[in-house]
Ligand binder design. Sequence first.
Ligand code: NI
Length: 257
Amino acid sequence: MLFDTHAHLNDPKFADDRDQVIRRAREEFGVQTIINVGYNRETIRTTLELAEAYDFIYAAVGWHPHDAKDCTEEDLAWIRELTEHPKVVALGEMGLDYYWDNSPRDVQAEVFRRQIAIARETGYPIIIHDRDAHEDVVRILKEEGADEVGGVMHCFGGDLAIMEECLRLNFMIGLGGPVTFKNRATLPKEIARNVPLDRLLLETDCPYLAPHPYRGKRNETGYVRLVAEAIAELRGITFEELAQATQENAKRLFRLP
Ligand code: NI
């Protein structure tokens, strides 16, 4: 009954055992639905292959701020076209990354704005990547009217004040491995305790950000269960309640039956 709203199962780190990882997630960990996220030319292509191969895997397509400098008009037109694909349920991940600054910030912003426009045109929810850029992300979401379609703040790393801003902008909060870390600042835990239950989504971001006790190792989509258990404990509710609420939220946001 779990829903992993952010996976990169097309990553080369799964080249040797991708099918086993996916099967394990379903059979051992109770994962029912997965959204795999493509974020540049190559990963969009392999994300679609995966979504076409498994009926319970859906696709998000977008352009990552890291690769913004390589994004062409053709790429944006392609993303627009892919919204017609039956397994595409969201646009992204898109946003700003001021930690790595792999593309100039003005180019990151432009590619981000163009994709929000596509989302508004087509009515698709948005998956946001925000690293050390909270203020500018929120400002651009406001300026571009992103609240009209909403979406999810993937791997949310802000504080309670920024969370409130995102909620007002019609966005949900995605939480993953960091809520389980033992020796880490308590911000993700504070968010996990305080985010309204009807606005919370679970995610792994696998192969990255593996939860405790696998921290530093390859993450798997099945480990979303450890994220769910940690958040349920932080909130003082049962695992079942948490799993059901977050699954309903994901189905509502991505319009799945
Ligand atoms: Ni990601």
